[in-house]
Design a protein around this ligand. Sequence first.
Ligand code: TXA
Ligand code: MG
Length: 331
Amino acid sequence: MTTKIVTKEYIPEAAKCLNEGGTVVFPTETVYGLGADAFNADAVKKIFVAKGRPGDNPLIIHISDISQLPLLAKEIPDNAVLLAKEFWPGPLTMIFKKTPQVINEVTAGLDTVAVRYPSNLIAHDLIEQSMTVIAAPSANLSGSPSPTVCSDVVDDLNGRVDYIIDGTGCEIGLESTVVDVSDEKVTILRPGAITLEMIREFVPNATLDGGLIDNDKIPKCPGLKYTHYSPNADVIVVQGNMDNVRKYISCRVSPDIGVITYKGGDYPGAGLVLNAGDNMTSYAHNLFTYLRRFDKNNIKTVYAEFSVEDGIGVAVRNRLYKACGHKIIEV
Ligand code: TXA
Ligand code: MG
């Protein structure tokens, strides 16, 4: 299959392709998504084939207007109305009880559906012009880090989808916060840029799913149970007091070692050192594309400097711990 790699001038053409059952990769404010018409079972199946994604992992449906929500959600609880008013359009996905129209290919047979209303303008215009709603997982091959720049999408999906729309870099860099509002008890199933603290301002008794905190429990978000969500390199997280972190890593540097620094550690002699920045927002923005860059440079082992922080730091920790397969050194 030939993939057309285009810019936003081609949104009308790409939207027509979606409407006719094709697949289009588009930028969002979180990560790139691989979209197809959510009401077309054959189109949705193409997503699973293109990604090599297990069929038991449900997809998020993306809307371009709040008026589309009742097509998908059987009930819209008060808490969901509050959160939608505050955080939509934006990096928040909510889980609702589904309407009968939502097909099993999207929900993997669950009686709930995940819905997101992205704020990125390319995503918005594409969905609106497709005249439908769009099922879209992250636009990576199943198992690799989500793509946050167009060249990472091209590496994974060129030749496997109809269109890739280049929208340069994704602002946030980690996937949306997934919140289950289908129950009276509001639960964060996947942490993201909309943090627990932000949600608690509107829903004070919201909690984090136990599976996100306790390694022995299975997360409720089906996608989070897959551990192979990582680069080829072995990732080792080193966390604690930054002086101790740097001492620990410095003793281990060599030309085939890579390091992700946080707040600027210096490692002469390491194969590749990438700076995640000075705060967790910039760590989130850089993490996935950095993990891919180590692989491209044939780095076999990556040490990641890390410190446990609140806010979006919870989401960075969740993705980093998955990438390292829970190889965490406390110093
Ligand atoms: O930021 C994002 O959310 C990106 C962009 C493209 O919108 N999408 C994304 O999709 O990350 P994906 O498929 O890579 O991750 C969706 C997560 C998976 O872990 C999936 O298991 C979970 O949402 N999910 C989907 N439907 C669900 C449901 N009904 N109940 C619980 N979890 C669900
Ligand atoms: Mg994904």
